[in-house]
Design a protein around this ligand. Structure first.
Ligand code: SF4
Length: 278
């Protein structure tokens, strides 16, 4: 099996006025994280080069905040053009919140290949984790991504206190959207956040991955994303055996990730190949 590596660049961090209870980037929770306005495009390009050297095929440009506005759309478009000019072979993913058809078309015409927007949790549980926007706005953005023929990357977070019914509901909703790539996140507790602990176990994580793989089919990219180290550290073989074929390398949005070289070694030690083309 080939494992696809994806890296994340948080190009605008920690300045969001929404209140998603799992997110340290909300200004409402005062989490101790780095907060900054836009990175320079030169810095983004040089970080993209480093990610490519580490074997990343997917490169995700993330901005904190509810969704795209004109300034953000222009910035992501400019960043995409600059990266495509200087780094070969990176599949670029925008992750910039809710987005209209026009904004998505603009990003696509400037080199963005995919758009990531996660459903996060079930529609029924969503009002327990966010009061400032609705699940349906999230779903609509995913539909918009498909309408403009961008590749859709959409998944969710498990372990935020949701019930097994909520998990079923979330999985069904994700599979129904038929995303090309499905990031599976496992809640990473932080003292500043309203959700204080995770309610997912290793065996539940394995079962969720296996179920999504079975329902979504073999062609989809199934990615172990945030919280992977916390839940699967030392047991990575279980997530690959259950159906994961992609991981995030390097740091996450506001939490440290594993050293990419250690992840590459781990994959090779388990007998898998690292994909070199997307
Ligand atoms: S909208 Fe995005 S950045 Fe803002 S709090 Fe929610 S998840 Fe975090």
């Amino acid at each position: 099996m080939k494992v696809f590596l994806c890296a994340i660049n948080n190009v605008l961090s920690g300045t969001c006025n929404e209140d998603c209870a799992f997110c340290t980037q909300s200004v409402k929770f005062h989490a101790d994280i780095q907060r900054y306005t836009y990175k320079s495009i030169e810095q983004i390009v040089s970080e993209a080069k480093l990610a490519k050297e580490m074997g990343a095929l997917g490169y995700c440009l993330v901005t904190a905040g509810k969704g795209l506005d004109d300034k953000k759309t222009e910035f992501i478009a400019k960043s995409a053009v600059a990266i495509k000019k200087e780094v070969d072979g990176l599949h670029l993913i925008g992750c910039n919140g809710t987005a209209s058809l026009e904004q998505l078309k603009y990003l696509k015409s400037h080199g963005i290949d995919s758009y990531n927007h996660n459903l996060e949790t079930s529609s029924s549980y969503y009002n327990k984790i966010c009061s400032t926007h609705t699940w349906h706005e999230r779903y609509q953005t995913c539909l918009n991504v498909k309408s403009v023929d961008l590749s859709l990357c959409s998944g969710g977070i498990f372990g935020m206190g949701e019930s097994t019914q909520d998990r079923d509901e979330l999985i069904n909703a994700i599979v129904l959207l038929e995303p090309d790539s499905i990031p599976i996140n496992f809640f990473h507790p932080n003292d500043a956040l309203p959700i204080k602990s995770t309610n997912i176990t290793l065996s539940e994580g394995v079962e969720i991955i296996a179920r999504i793989r079975k329902m979504a089919g073999d062609q989809k990219m199934l990615m172990a994303a945030g919280g992977r180290e916390l839940l699967f550290g030392g047991h990575e073989h279980k997530m690959f055996e259950a159906g994961i074929n992609s991981i995030v390398i390097g740091d996450y949005l506001t939490t440290k990730g594993e050293d990419p070289n250690c992840d590459r070694k781990m994959i090779e030690n388990l007998g898998y190949e690292i994909a070199i083309i997307c």
